[in-house]
Design a protein around this ligand. Structure first.
Ligand code: ZN
Length: 544
C-alpha cells in the first residue's frame, strides 16, 4: 500500500475521531437505503467476479432463497447480539475507511488488506494505528471480513455522493448561484444483516444449519432447524448466507447463483430462428395491468393473456390515499413521513409491491408456457400531470410507478428463465392496426365506432375491418415493432384477415387473468399453441 505512508496514517487517526462525530449525526432514511443497496451489490459483484472470465458463453442469474430459523425464543437474543456486533464492527470500519480515503480507490481485496493492517494486530504488525480491539475483542477473522465488506460498500457509496454534492456546489458557486442543497451525511445508525462467510456456519442440511453466534459474552456454535424453500441442488452455487431479522423471527437468506449457457441475442433470435416466439406486453393504468401476446417472428399470433387487477389496486389505494388526505386536512401536516400516516403509506407500498411481483410473475409464466424467448415492453415515457383530487393524482402516479416496477421485476424473473427482455418506442402503438397498419378508431362498447377516444377499450380498423380489444392491439404492435427492427431477407406476405373468434376467460382473484385465443392466421404455422386448458367463456372486453 504505497499510498499509506506513515504520515497519512497519523493524519488518518486524527481524522477518524471527526468521522466518529459525523457518523453520530442524522441521516435521512432515503440516504441510508441508498447506502444499504449499494453495499449489497458490491458484495454480490465480488462473489461473481470469477465467472466473468467465461462471460462470452455462460450467463448467470442470482436469486435469494429465504428460510425461517426455528429457534428457541432465548436464542433470538443471541442472533440480535450477533447482528449488533456485526454493525458495530461495520460502523468502525466505515469510519476507518473514510478517514483513509485513498483506500476507497483500491480494489476490494487491496482495501481489505489495507484496512486489516490499520486495525488488526499480528506478529508482524503488533501496534496497528486504529486497533479494532479498542471496540471489540475476539472477533473471528471471517466475521471481521464480512463486516469490512459491508462497511466498504457503504463508505464508497457515501464518498461518491459527497463528491458529487461538492461538484454541484462548486458549479453553482462558479455560476454565482446560491446553493442550498444539504450535504449527504453518513449513516446515523447501522442496521445491516450479518453476512456469514464460510467458517461462521457449518453442517448445513436441508433441515438444519450450525451457526457461530455471539451470545453477548462469547462465541458459540448453535444448531438451528430450518424451514422454508429448499435450496436448489442442480448446477447452482450457494453464496454466503445472511442472518436476517423479520420482526420477532430470524431467517437465513442465501443467494443462489444459477449458471446457464447465454441465450442468443435478440438480433440472432429474430433473424436466424424462424421459430422464435416473442411475448409482447402492453402495461396499462386501467383494469388490465398487462396484456400479453405471443407471436412468432413471421407474425403468427399464438396466444393472448389479460392480466387484471387494476381496479382492485386502484380502489385500495384510493381509499387509503383519501384517509391520508383527511388526516392531513385535520392536522395540517403535509409531510409524507408524518407518523399518523406512516402505517397507511406502508400498506400502500406493500400492496403495490405485491401486485407488481404477481403481475410480473404471471407475465413470465405466460411467456414460458408458450416457449417465448424474448419479452418486449414499450419504453414508459413520462407521467403526464393529471387534474383532480389528491387521491386521484396520487393513485395515478403510483399506478405509473408500478408499471416501471412490473417491467423491472419481469426483466429479472425472465432472465432467470433465460428469456431476454427489451423495450421498443411507444409511439403510436395504440393508434395503428396490428393487422394492416392503418389508423384505427377507438371507442367504448355501446358507442358508435368513430374517431379516436384515448383510453377507450375497443378498436375497429376501417381499412381491414379488424375489430378487437385496444390493449391487445397495442400489445401486438409492440411485438411487431421489435420484429421490424431487424428487417430480414424474406418478409412474410401481409397477414391474412383474422377470424372473429376472440374468446376470453376470466378467473377471480386479486389479479385475475384471461386467456384469449384469436386472430389465428391460417396462412402460417399451426396457430393454436396456447396451453390453457381451462374452460373458455365468451366474454365481452372490459371497460376501463
Ligand atoms: Zn387494419
Amino acid at each position: 500500500m504505497k499510498v499509506l505512508t506513515e504520515l497519512n496514517l497519523l493524519q488518518a487517526a486524527a481524522d477518524s475521531s471527526q468521522a466518529v462525530r459525523r457518523v453520530s449525526r442524522r441521516l435521512s432514511p432515503f440516504r441510508l437505503c441508498l447506502l444499504k443497496s449499494c453495499s449489497s451489490s458490491a458484495i454480490l459483484n465480488k462473489s461473481s467476479s470469477t465467472s466473468d472470465k467465461e462471460q462470452g458463453l455462460r450467463a448467470k442469474a442470482t436469486t435469494t432463497i429465504r428460510q425461517v430459523l426455528n429457534h428457541q425464543p432465548s436464542h433470538g437474543a443471541w442472533f440480535a447480539a450477533t447482528q449488533a456486533l456485526f454493525n458495530q464492527v461495520a460502523a468502525f470500519y466505515f469510519e476507518v475507511a473514510l478517514a483513509n480515503l485513498p483506500i476507497l480507490a483500491l480494489s476490494t481485496q487491496e482495501a481489505l488488506t489495507a484496512l486489516e493492517r490499520l486495525t488488526h494486530a499480528t506478529k508482524k504488525n503488533p501496534h496497528p494505528v486504529m486497533p479494532l480491539s479498542a471496540i471489540a475483542e475476539h472477533i473471528p477473522a471471517l466475521f471481521r471480513r464480512a463486516a469490512i465488506h459491508a462497511a466498504l460498500g457503504s463508505a464508497r457509496s457515501f464518498h461518491t455522493h459527497l463528491s458529487k454534492w461538492r461538484k454541484r456546489k462548486e458549479q453553482a458557486l462558479t455560476r454565482g448561484k446560491t446553493f442550498t442543497e444539504r450535504p449527504p451525511v453518513p449513516p446515523r445508525s447501522w442496521n445491516k444483516s450479518a453476512t456469514l462467510y464460510a467458517g461462521m456456519w457449518k453442517e448445513r442440511t436441508a433441515s438444519s444449519i450450525v451457526l457461530k453466534v455471539w451470545t453477548g459474552s462469547c462465541w458459540s456454535w448453535l444448531k438451528v432447524r430450518i424451514t422454508g424453500r429448499d435450496l436448489p441442488t442442480d448446477g447452482t452455487e450457494l453464496g454466503s448466507p445472511q442472518l436476517v431479522r423479520h420482526g420477532e423471527h430470524w431467517w437465513v437468506h442465501t443467494p443462489v447463483e444459477k449458471q446457464f449457457s447465454r441465450p442468443a441475442n435478440i438480433e440472432q433470435q429474430v433473424t436466424t430462428h424462424g421459430e422464435t416466439n416473442i411475448c409482447a406486453v402492453d402495461l396499462n393504468l386501467g383494469e388490465h395491468l398487462a396484456v400479453c401476446t405471443i407471436q412468432t417472428v413471421e407474425g403468427s399470433i399464438l396466444a393472448t393473456r389479460f392480466i387484471d387487477g387494476g381496479n382492485a389496486i386502484a380502489g385500495f389505494r384510493k381509499q387509503l390515499l383519501g384517509r391520508i388526505a383527511r388526516n392531513r386536512a385535520r392536522t395540517g401536516i403535509i409531510a409524507a413521513g408524518e407518523q399518523d400516516n406512516a402505517a397507511l403509506w406502508r400498506k400502500i407500498r406493500a400492496r403495490d409491491e405485491q401486485v407488481a411481483h404477481l403481475v410480473s410473475r404471471r407475465v413470465v409464466q405466460f411467456a414460458q408456457e408458450h416457449g417465448a424467448t424474448i419479452l418486449v415492453f414499450e419504453h414508459l415515457g413520462t407521467l403526464k400531470p393529471t387534474k383532480g383530487k389528491y387521491s386521484r393524482r396520487g393513485n395515478r402516479k403510483r399506478a405509473f410507478w408500478m408499471k416501471g416496477r412490473i417491467f423491472q421485476y419481469a426483466k429479472y424473473k425472465a432472465w432467470n428463465e433465460r428469456i431476454i427482455t427489451t423495450r421498443v418506442n411507444p409511439r403510436n402503438t395504440s393508434r395503428v392496426c396490428a393487422r394492416c397498419g392503418a389508423q384505427v378508431m377507438r371507442y367504448a362498447q355501446g358507442e358508435v365506432a368513430e374517431g379516436y377516444t384515448p383510453g377507450a377499450p375497443l378498436v375497429l380498423c376501417p381499412a381491414c375491418g379488424m375489430r378487437g380489444h385496444a390493449d391487445r392491439n397495442a400489445s401486438l404492435r409492440i411485438g411487431q415493432r421489435l420484429i421490424a427492427r431487424y428487417p430480414s431477407q424474406e418478409k412474410p406476405h401481409a397477414p391474412l384477415p383474422p377470424r372473429e373468434t376472440e374468446r376470453e376467460l376470466k378467473d377471480s382473484g386479486v389479479v385475475g387473468s384471461q386467456d384469449a385465443k384469436s386472430f389465428e392466421q391460417p396462412s402460417i404455422a399451426p396457430a393454436s399453441r396456447h396451453g390453457n386448458s381451462n374452460g373458455h367463456g365468451t366474454g365481452a372486453p372490459h371497460r376501463r
